[in-house]
Ligand binder design. Sequence first.
Ligand code: PNS
Length: 173
Amino acid sequence: MKDIVAIYPGSFDPVTNGHLDLIHRGSKLFDRLIVAIARNMDKGDPLFDMEERKDMLEAMTSELDNVTVDIFDGLLVSYCIQKNANAVLRGIRAVSDYEFELQMALMNRKMEPRVETVFMMPAEKYSYLSSRIVREVAKLGGPLSGLVPELVEERVRQKIAQRQVSAAGTHLK
Ligand code: PNS
């Protein structure tokens, strides 16, 4: 049997318990799993920079021997070939995810037929969870327990507090 190396790509701004659930499932299925943070996504106003996201992901996956964390630029399929990966892992939470995921998987397959996309479902208790929801709830002062690990919650709170201080400073000028 050949080794199956999978890439789990995403923005991870920040990593949520839903992502971690999928990483644990993926680490059992694949020989190696590379969690790959996409750089320079046109995604509005990011909360964390790439290194901060990587640092949190590494802290939360350190006990999984076959999981590594990396940052990539450009096309996902080119990164897969560069890493000798044969699979892309993506999570599907609800039917609403399916359309975009199908489009992405088929486009990736058209560009690089050697790479298969594998979909997995996170635990249903995370089916409503996303990084965007976490950022929004945190900015509005809502509770994050159960949505992200404690370390991530702390960093999100610190980041939002820092932003509020610098926004207040700008207003005073
Ligand atoms: O966490 P996200 O935002 O759902 O992840 C989306 C991601 C990073 C997987 C996707 O945008 C991606 O693969 N970006 C890399 C650039 C690329 O290959 N684009 C073509 C996709 S068909």
